[in-house]
Design a protein around this ligand. Structure first.
Ligand code: GRA
Ligand code: FAD
Length: 676
């Protein structure tokens, strides 16, 4: 039986192919949005905010961004973000981070802006690592945007290995100051977003030196530019690092110090301190100064899930209006979305977007618990969350990159045009594989945790394993996949456990053969990263199942169950070789998984457009609206892509004149010469 849901947002004049899709949906997209965003209130607020933004012309792009130069992009993103700043108090609840995040992505898009890091990486470390007194001094000013800041950690020579950062902060007993210094070119800060041209403050990570002893990376509040003139302060060299693959509306920068002095009170000292006489007060956890990175990583699953969801919204809508080729009926070409290959390209990625967003909820909540615990001095949760978020950040960024690239290819030629907006989304999202910890490096961090856990299990201490890794001690009992999701989890647990054990045993064998610990680790690194990926994918599957279990609305639960089954079969198929290898999975089971996968694609087909509509991205957010000016056009909610692609092309600066200088200066003379 199909429940017919009349989508309230079907509009007159929409492309009939899309209207037809929306009519076949078996669920209410507003209800689904509540599940995606976690509450009726937030889903509703997002719609209200989008609506309010659409009525303010100055918050729209003034030109299609791909046609702008780098300087124009920065000017435009700054214009928008400052205009937005003026409107913000009327549009959102200023204390609600989700509302703020939504409105910024809507107005700014993926190109970045000079304030992006201020909120995500300048204020949070100040909150986490700053004392009450330091909050008093800087936090209010930062929140009011009297000062603009960034997070300056990475250097030209070091990003992953932060223990080897070369920027020094040497304590001067005589003046009670820290002297910041960049001893070599390699030690220049390099990459920090918004540092290059916009920020006048930075949280700088530098190696703390007291009486010639290096205490490792610490965080310092540093004013880098004059608040009046915006000129760099004496002793500071700062600038932009040049154009990047994407994110060119932001000014990632470099920064060098020439014996630049800051007061002792600028060491962010909620958890550690340097006393007047140079006595160092240790933090409660060795890696306390890394807590800000856990925070950002904990938010990456949800963030990347929505990045992928935007690319998929564009690709799925387009696939429902793009007609090409025939199936049975030779009188009308089919929507490309009807091809099984197209569905296989897009639907598993839709499932992953949902999975990442659900998983993101859990990690954000876990971080909030950690933050509360840390505030009361309990750091026992840090190691677990560091391991978990290290794996999640790596898996979701990689799979998001894959999903967005598939979305681009699914749009054929038009996907390659910047009119699709997909290349911009890709460029921004894929940066996540590198920033906040390069993926391999982070997978190896999780592997340390897995190896230790396997060692505990091997020593017969399974009781000491945390809930996340308890399965490493479970016995192997064959499963019948027909029985449902739990059996899939057990199969995945077996695969993940076996890989963790295999990698650990290999590591042990290498050491027993006389290879040093570090060398042995390196010789097992690929196997170790495999274990980390499997463990993380298992965790994501489990969060998906938990979320679907918790849903009460039947129509929503049914379609999410289809999506979850697709996810389970797709993921298991992808790693099946691990289970076939030791005979835990039979070839019959493999066939079963494939058939389940194909049948999931068919089940999802009528709901595909509504599943992406449910993310409720506005046309402005997808840079697909023509309301005020010409924007990218492929993901338009109304589905009128062709005429708008033509408008877009006409607006290209190249078409503002019929004969270009390239022709008069070079081609014409060449052709004339050839005639002689
Ligand atoms: C790879 C590590 C973790 C290694 O650190 P290390 O001090 O050399 O550590 P080690 O001696 O090898 O010991 C590892 C040990 O330290 C633990 N650990 C490491 N990090 C944490 C943590 N956050 N919480 C709790 N524990 C932590 C690990 O679990 C290890 O513990 P173990 O020895 O196994 O018991 C570190 O260097 C690191 O985090 N590197 C990545 C750098 C990074 O993420 N940079 C981000 C810059 S900001 C940015 O990119 C902004 C992007 C823009 C945007 O978001 O939009
Ligand atoms: C868009 C963007 C925004 C950024 N924003 C900021 C910012 O705001 N502030 C800031 O401080 N930084 C920022 N960064 C810098 C970013 O955090 C670093 O680039 C990142 O941490 C990776 O470090 P790296 O560049 O040193 O890479 P490298 O470590 O040099 O990586 C190169 C290769 O070496 C491998 N490798 C390195 N170490 C190991 C190891 N131990 N084991 C195995 N393989 C290894 C890596 O896997 C990789 O394949 C940003 C970067 C980007 C791309």
């Amino acid at each position: 039986m199909t429940m017919v849901f009349l989508n309230k947002e079907i509009r007159d004049g929409d492309n009939p192919d899309l209207t037809e899709e929306r009519k076949t949906a078996t669920f209410d997209t507003n209800k689904m949005a509540e599940v995606i965003y976690g509450s009726e209130k937030l889903a509703r607020r997002r719609r209200e905010i989008s609506q309010a933004v659409s009525l303010i012309p100055e918050l729209a792009d003034s030109k299609p961004l791909p046609f702008l130069s780098r300087n124009e992009k920065i000017l435009e993103s700054t214009r928008k973000v400052t205009a937005l700043n003026e409107h913000l108090p009327r549009l959102i609840n200023m204390n609600d981070e989700d509302e703020a995040w939504h409105i910024h992505s809507e107005v700014i898009g993926f190109e970045g802006n000079p304030l992006a890091l201020h909120h995500s990486l300048f204020i949070p470390p100040l909150v986490i690592q700053g004392s009450d007194e330091q909050h008093e001094k800087w936090l209010g000013r930062a929140k009011r945007r009297e000062i603009i800041g960034c997070y300056a950690q990475t250097e030209l020579g070091h990003g992953s290995n932060i223990r080897k950062l070369e920027t020094t902060a040497t304590y001067s007993l005589s003046t009670q100051e820290f002297i910041l210094h960049t001893p070599t070119i390699n030690a220049l800060k390099w990459w920090p977003g918004a540092l290059g041209k916009s920020s006048n403050h930075a949280v700088v990570v530098a190696s703390l030196i007291i009486k010639e002893q290096n205490y490792g990376p610490h965080l310092f509040m540093v004013q880098i530019r004059d608040e009046q003139s915006h000129e760099p302060l004496p002793g500071i060299a700062v600038g932009d690092i040049g154009p990047k693959m994407a994110f060119n509306g932001a000014d990632n920068g470099f920064l060098g110090f020439n014996n630049f002095r800051i007061p002792r009170g600028n060491l962010l000292n909620r958890h550690c301190n340097v006393e007047v006489d140079g006595t160092y007060v240790r933090p409660p956890h060795d890696k306390m100064n890394y807590a800000g990175m856990i925070r950002v990583r904990s938010r990456m699953a949800a963030e990347q899930g929505t990045f992928m969801a935007q690319a998929l919204t564009i690709a799925v809508r387009y696939s429902a209006v793009r007609r090409q080729g025939f199936l049975e009926n030779k009188s009308q070409e089919v929507k490309v979305l009807d091809y099984q290959t197209q569905q296989h390209r897009l639907f598993p990625a839709i499932a992953r977007s949902y999975a990442f967003i659900f998983c993101g909820f859990e990690t954000i909540q876990k971080y909030e618990t950690l933050q509360n615990e840390m505030n009361s001095g309990n750091v026992s949760l840090m190691a677990d969350l560091h391991a978990l978020t290290s794996g999640i950040k790596s898996v979701v960024t990689y799979q998001t990159g894959e999903g967005i690239e598939q979305a681009r290819m699914a749009c054929g030629g038009h996907g390659y045009s910047m009119a699709s907006y997909i290349s911009e989304i890709y460029g921004c999202a894929i940066g996540g594989c590198t920033y906040e910890g390069e993926n391999m490096v982070m997978l190896l961090q999780l592997a340390r945790y897995l190896v230790k856990s396997v060692e505990l299990a091997m020593r017969g201490k399974p009781g000491d394993l945390g809930p996340m890794v308890a399965y490493l001690a479970y016995p192997d009992i064959k499963v019948d996949l027909v029985t449902g999701p739990e059996a899939y989890v057990k199969m995945f647990q077996h695969i993940s456990k076996r890989q963790s054990i295999k990698a650990t045993e290999k590591f042990h064998r290498k050491m027993e053969s006389g290879v040093s610990r570090d060398e042995a680790w390196n010789q097992c690194a690929v196997e170790l990263t495999r274990a980390s990926r499997l463990h993380t994918r298992l965790y994501i599957i489990e969060t998906f199942i938990r979320r679907v279990d918790s849903i009460e609305d039947l129509s929503i639960k049914m379609v999410l169950t289809d999506l979850m089954n697709l996810h389970l079969n797709y993921e298991l198929l992808d790693v099946a070789s691990y289970a076939l290898e030791d005979g835990f999975m039979s070839s019959t089971q493999m066939g079963f998984i494939k058939n389940q996968l194909y049948s999931s694609l068919e089940k999802i087909r009528p709901n595909a457009v509504s599943l992406v509509d449910s993310f409720q991205f506005s046309d402005l957010q997808l840079r697909s609206n023509l309301l005020n000016f010409l924007f990218q056009v492929l993901g338009r909610r109304d589905g009128h892509v062709y005429q708008n692609l033509f408008e877009w092309a006409k607006s290209s600066p190249l078409n503002q004149t019929e004969v270009l200088p390239s022709v008069t200066q070079y081609l014409k003379p060449m052709m004339e010469k050839a005639k002689l």
